[in-house]
Design a protein around this ligand. Structure first.
Ligand SMILES: Nc1ncnc2c1ncn2[C@@H]1O[C@H](COP(=O)(O)OP(=O)(O)OP(=O)(O)O)[C@@H](O)[C@H]1O
Length: 255
């Protein structure tokens, strides 16, 4: 089993707030792993550190054995890491298809003249991207909405589109930040199927942040639980569910 992502004693402080404290974990190739913890535990900060939005205060983040501490977001993406966001970041006025194509096109190289004239490589790449993007929309069940403005999709489908956009970047590692946020039980169930399907079909390694505990327990065989920036437990759903520190952390949240 080869390591895709490794955090080694990672710390991140925002002024006096220690958002991430001495965090270490390993995600192996092909895993579908969960990152859980109460509100403010530091989960999204971990994603922001991995994707170069923030620099670590100390510690190391490695992707396939290479240190990515100092990389900018676009460099992290080009290495094969894509993410979705807690707050949707779609182009609301653009069509569903255009949203996916815009992301997919980041892969392609053409010169200024070709881009302006829409000739040469631009033209052939554009039609290839359109075809690939439509296939992807079919895969995630959005093909019949291809021409609709993204902002007019029901919320659950907008989240689906965000996942399609991330996959269009052809990542090896996909980071999903609360993909089920705001969904009803039926939508969560459908999302469960989508995530397990794309995990398999696109040979992805996935790290998933989610507050829907039943979802994480059902689809993630490996779970890291954090609280106040630090890892408090790691293991299988059974181990996590019965871990005293996890129970205490979530009980505290309900008080
Ligand atoms: N840019 C920032 N500047 C200052 N503090 C920040 C910043 N980003 C996050 N924090 C703080 O770091 C801590 C961890 O926040 P983070 O958003 O990572 O938690 P989370 O586990 O993702 O929470 P939630 O589940 O509510 O989304 C919080 O105390 C938060 O206020």
């Amino acid at each position: 089993m080869s390591t895709v992502l490794e955090l080694k004693n990672v710390n991140k402080a925002f002024g006096g707030v220690q958002a991430v404290h001495d965090m270490s974990f390993v995600i192996n190739r092909g895993e579908l792993a969960g990152l859980i913890g109460p509100n403010g535990a530091g989960k999204t900060t971990i994603f922001n550190l991995i994707t170069g939005v923030y620099d670590v205060t100390s510690g190391d983040i490695e992707f396939k054995g290479n240190n990515i501490n100092k990389l900018k977001t676009f460099q992290v993406i080009s290495l094969g890491i894509a993410r979705t966001f807690q707050n949707l970041r779609l182009f609301a006025a653009s069509s569903v298809l255009e949203n996916v194509m815009t992301a997919a096109q980041q892969h392609y190289k053409y010169n200024f003249f070709e881009a302006v004239s829409h000739l040469g490589r631009w033209k052939s790449k554009e039609s290839a991207t359109r075809k690939e993007s439509m296939e992807l929309l079919e895969r995630v069940g959005l093909a019949d909405r291809a021409d609709q403005a993204a902002g007019t999709l029901p919320y659950g489908l907008q989240r689906r589109l965000e996942i399609a956009r991330a996959i269009s970047l052809k990542p090896e590692l996909l980071l999903l930040d609360e993909p089920a946020a705001g969904m009803n039980a039926e939508e969560v169930e459908q999302l469960n199927h989508l995530i397990t399907d794309i995990h398999k079909d696109f040979n992805l390694t996935i790290l998933l942040i989610e507050h829907h505990m039943d979802m994480v327990m059902e689809i993630c065989p490996h779970i890291v639980c954090m609280n106040f920036g630090a890892k408090i437990a790691e293991g299988t759903p059974e181990e996590i569910q019965s871990h005293p520190d996890v129970l205490k952390a979530y009980l505290g949240e309900e008080e």
